[in-house]
Design a binder for this molecule. Structure first.
Ligand SMILES: NC(=O)c1ccc[n+]([C@@H]2O[C@H](COP(=O)([O-])OP(=O)(O)OC[C@H]3O[C@@H](n4cnc5c(N)ncnc54)[C@H](O)[C@@H]3O)[C@@H](O)[C@H]2O)c1
Length: 348
C-alpha cells in the first residue's frame, strides 16, 4: 500500500487474516496531550481508503480538541470490516475488539479511543475489560454513556450562533432541515422543534424518520432532497462529504451547522459558501460536544452541568470564528483553523 505524506505523528496499520479486518490508528498530534478520538468500524473500498479516513479524521480531532480548549491531542481508529457489522458473527466481532484492544495497548496511553460510527458504548465496555485506554463506557458499566446528547446540544448552540450571524432573530419560525436522525440528529431535531422551528427531516431509515416526524410533527422529505430543498438552516447529521464545491454553488439555504464530520467533500466548498453569504459552522467546532462530554467527565472530572455549560459555549466560540472570518475576509474553516493553530502554538 503506497502511503502519501501526512502531517501527523504516527499511523499503525495491522491486518488480521482470521477476521479479515484491517486495523488503523492515526495519531495526528499529542502537542496538547494524549491523542483521543473514536473508533469507526465499517466497510471501506480498500485498506488505503481506511488509512486515509483514519488520518483525515485524526487531523480533525486535533483541531476539535484545540478549539474546544481540551488538553488532548487528535487521533482516530478505523477498523475496515470484511462485511457489514450486522453480517459478522458475535465471535468475529469479539475477536475484532480483542485485536483492537491489543493495538491500543501497544500505543501505551498515547491514544485513547471512544465510540464513533459503527461502535457504541457497549463495545467500549468490552474494550475497557481489555485495556484502560478507552472512553465512553455505558452508564451501567460506570462510564458517562453516549456522547450523542451533548453533541446535539453543541450542534444546537452552533445553529443558534449561525442563525444570529445570518441576521435572524432566533430559531423560532425558521425552516430547519435535519439530515440523519440517529443519536445526534434526533436530539437536534427535538431541540429545534422546542425552539419553534418548522422542522423538515430525512433519513435513509424510513421507520426512524417516521418515528421522529410523528413525535415532532415534522415534514418528511426524501434523502435526495437534502441539498435542493429550500430552507433556512441545513443540519447534516448523517455521513460526511455532503457538500462539494458544485453543491455549495446551488444550496438554497442561509446557514449550515451540523454534526457530520468532514462535511465538506472539497475544501474549496468553504470558499463557495463564503462567497454566497451562507453561514457555515465548521464541523470540528460545531460537533465538539461529544468530546467535551467524554474528556470532561473522564479526564477532567467535570460534573454533567459543567459539561453542558462548556458545550453551550460552542456557540460563543463560533460567534468569534464568524467575526474573525468577516474581519479577515476568510472562510469560517480558515478562521477556525487559525484559532486551533494559535492554541497549538501556545499563542492563545
Ligand atoms: N455521536 C456523537 O457524539 C458524534 C460526535 C461528533 C460527530 N458525530 C458525527 O455526527 C454524525 C451523526 O452521528 P450519530 O452518532 O448520530 O450517528 P448515527 O449512526 O446514530 O446516526 C446517523 C443517522 O444518519 C442516517 N443516514 C445515514 N446516511 C444517510 C443519508 N445519506 N441520508 C439521510 N440519513 C442518513 C442513518 O440512518 C442514521 O439514522 C456522524 O457523521 C458522526 O461521525 C457524532
Amino acid at each position: 500500500m503506497a502511503l502519501p505524506e501526512w502531517d501527523g505523528e504516527l499511523t499503525s496499520v495491522r491486518y488480521d487474516r482470521g477476521t479479515g479486518a484491517w486495523f488503523v490508528i492515526g495519531v495526528h498530534s499529542t502537542r496538547l496531550g494524549p491523542a483521543s478520538g473514536g473508533t469507526r468500524a465499517m466497510v471501506y473500498p480498500s485498506p488505503g481508503d481506511a488509512v486515509a479516513d483514519a488520518r483525515r479524521l485524526a487531523g480533525a480531532m486535533t483541531l476539535k480538541m484545540a478549539v474546544a480548549g481540551l488538553p488532548m491531542g487528535g487521533g482516530k481508529s478505523v477498523i475496515a470490516l470484511p462485511a457489514p457489522r450486522a453480517e459478522l458473527g458475535e465471535a468475529t466481532w469479539r475477536r475484532i475488539l480483542e485485536i483492537h484492544a491489543a493495538n491500543l495497548e501497544l500505543l501505551g496511553g498515547n491514544y485513547t479511543t471512544g465510540p464513533d460510527v459503527g461502535t457504541c458504548s457497549a463495545d467500549m465496555d468490552v474494550l475497557a475489560g481489555l485495556t484502560p485506554h478507552v472512553f465512553g463506557r455505558s452508564v451501567a458499566a460506570g462510564g458517562p454513556g453516549s456522547s450523542g446528547p451533548m453533541t446535539a446540544l453543541g450542534v444546537f448552540a452552533a445553529i443558534r450562533a449561525g442563525v444570529a450571524e445570518a441576521g435572524f432573530d432566533g430559531v423560532d419560525g425558521l425552516r430547519v432541515l435535519v439530515q440523519g436522525l440517529g443519536a445526534v440528529g434526533a436530539d437536534v431535531a427535538r431541540l429545534a422543534a422546542d425552539a419553534g422551528a418548522k422542522l423538515i427531516v430525512t433519513d435513509v431509515d424510513p421507520a426512524r424518520c417516521a418515528a421522529v416526524a410523528d413525535e415532532l410533527g415534522a415534514e418528511v422529505v426524501g434523502t435526495g432532497a437534502v441539498t435542493t430543498r429550500e430552507c433556512d438552516v441545513l443540519v447534516p447529521c448523517a455521513t460526511g462529504g455532503l457538500i462539494t464545491a458544485e453543491v455549495a454553488e446551488t444550496l438554497p439555504i442561509a446557514v449550515v451547522a451540523g454534526a457530520a464530520n468532514n462535511l465538506l467533500a472539497d475544501p474549496y466548498a468553504a470558499e463557495v459558501l463564503r462567497r454566497r453569504g451562507i453561514v457555515h459552522a465548521p464541523d470540528f467546532v460545531a460537533n465538539a460536544g461529544g468530546a467535551i462530554h467524554l474528556v470532561g467527565r473522564e479526564v477532567l472530572g467535570w460534573s454533567a452541568d459543567a459539561v453542558a455549560d462548556r458545550t453551550r459555549a460552542i456557540g460563543d466560540t463560533l460567534t468569534g470564528v464568524f467575526a474573525d472570518a468577516r474581519t479577515h475576509g476568510t472562510t469560517t474553516v480558515t478562521a477556525a483553523q487559525d484559532l486551533a493553530a494559535r492554541t497549538l502554538t501556545g499563542e492563545h
